[in-house]
Write a new protein. Structure first.
Length: 75
């Protein structure tokens, strides 16, 4: 059905984004910063969700480790 297709699309896009961040260059760093900051727009949970994804209060080495894990686990 169309719902399964939508779920697969979201998972593929998430996996592709995680792979985009893995080289950890300037574009990857700022892409990760901007896209993860979009999560802060979620009411009540956004700020805590961003801190959880980042592994702290800024995009750092912990963020890269989490993105590598997500990229490996999602497919």
């Amino acid at each position: 059905t169309w719902m399964i297709g939508t779920i697969i699309l979201v998972l593929v896009m998430a996996t592709a984004f995680m792979g985009y961040v893995l080289p950890w260059g300037q574009m990857s760093f700022w892409g990760a910063t901007v896209i993860t900051n979009l999560l802060s727009a979620i009411p009540y949970l956004g700020t805590n969700l961003v801190q959880w994804v980042w592994g702290g209060f800024a995009v750092d080495n912990a963020t890269l480790n989490r993105f590598f894990t997500f990229h490996f686990v999602l497919p």
